[in-house]
Ligand binder design. Sequence first.
Ligand SMILES: *Cc1c(COP(=O)(O)O)cnc(C)c1O
Length: 375
Amino acid sequence: MKYIQQAVELGKLSGNGHFTQKCQRFFEERYQIHKCLLTSSCTDALEMAAILFEIQPGDEVILPSFTFVSDAIAFVRRGAKLRFVDSRSDHPRIDETKIEELITPKTKAILVVHYAGIPCEMDRIISLAQKHGLWVVEDAAQAIESQYKGKQLGTKGHLGTMSFHETKNIQCGEGGMLMINDPKLTERAEHIWEKGTNRAAFFRGEIDKYGWVDEGSSFLPSEVIAAFLWAQLEKIEEIQDRRKMIWEDYFELFTNDLPTPQVLEPDYFEVLKKVKFKMKNEWGQEILNSFIPNFKFRANGHIFYLLFPDLPCRTKYATDLKNKGILAVFHYQSLHKSAYAQKHFPEEYVRDLPNSDRYSDCLLRLPLYYELSNI
Ligand SMILES: *Cc1c(COP(=O)(O)O)cnc(C)c1O
C-alpha cells in the first residue's frame, strides 16, 4: 500500500515509470538478462514474442499440448499453424525427443514451458533450434527463481516470458514480463511494447521526437501494478523459502514415514494420510511423481502434484478433499484435443499424445500458497 501511495504521489501513473523501471532492473541484474519489459500479462509477452518472430499465416510453431491456452492463442492470432508435442512420460514438460520429427520448412519457432518450474532440457532444445534456424521462446510463467544449470529459466531462448498473475509465486493480480536475451530484438521489442512507437527511446532522451515506427499494442502495465509488484520483489526470498518449505513438507509426507503432526489442520492431515496409505498399498509409487531431472537445476516450489492412476480415482480424491474444505485442482486439458483444435487444426486433433492426455486426466495439485499453515 505504501508503494502504491508513493506511485500516486509521484504523479505519473501510466506505464514505464519509476516502479516499472525498478522491477525491470531487478530482473535484469538478478538474472543477468539483456532487457526486461513489464507487460500486463504473460499472454501479452507471448503476443509480443509472436510479433518479434514475425510469424506469418502458414508458419508453423511447435509447442506442448499440455499447457495453458495463452501459448496457443498468442501465435494463432498471427495465423500460425500449431504443431503439438507430447509430454515426457515422467513429467508434464515437453518431450524434447519428439520435437525434431515435427520440424518442416515452414517451422518458425519452438515454444517450451517449464511446467511447475521444472526446467525443460534446454541444451538439447537450443541445439535443435540452431540446427534448423528456429526461434526459441521459453514460457517461464511458472518458473520464477528456477534454474537450469545455474541460469534462471527463460534466459536461454531468444525470448522468455514470465507471469505475475495471482496464481503465481510472485504476483501483482495481473502482470507479466518479456525477457529479451537476443540483443538484436531489443529495439523492436520496445517499439512493439509502446504502441509501435519509439517513445521509450524518446523518454531516455535518445531522440528528440517520437513517432510510429512498427506494429504493436499497449502492452505496459500501469505504475500502480508495478508498485505492488515491487513490494513482492522485495520479499522474494521470504516468499520462495516459504513455498519451498511447504513443497518439501508435502514431499516428506508422501515419501517418508508420516511425521508427528503439529496439527494445525487436522482434517487436512487425515485426508493426506489416506491418500498416502492408498499410494503405498494399492497404487504403488506411481501416484507421487517424485521425478528429479538428471541435470543440475533449482526448483521453485510452484506446484506440488499427485498423479493418480485414472480419472475416476482423481475425481474421488479431489471430492474427498473438497468435502474437507480443501481445494485440490487438476490442470490443463490437452490443447490438441480442444474444441478450437478440432475446428482449426483437425490433423492435430486426431493425433495420439498419450502422456499429455494422462496428465490432463490424472494430475491433481495440492494447495500451495504462502499463507498455508504447516502440516
Ligand atoms: C499462468 C500461465 C500463463 C498465463 O499468464 P498470464 O499472466 O495470466 O497471461 C501462461 N503460461 C503458463 C505456463 C502459465 O502458467
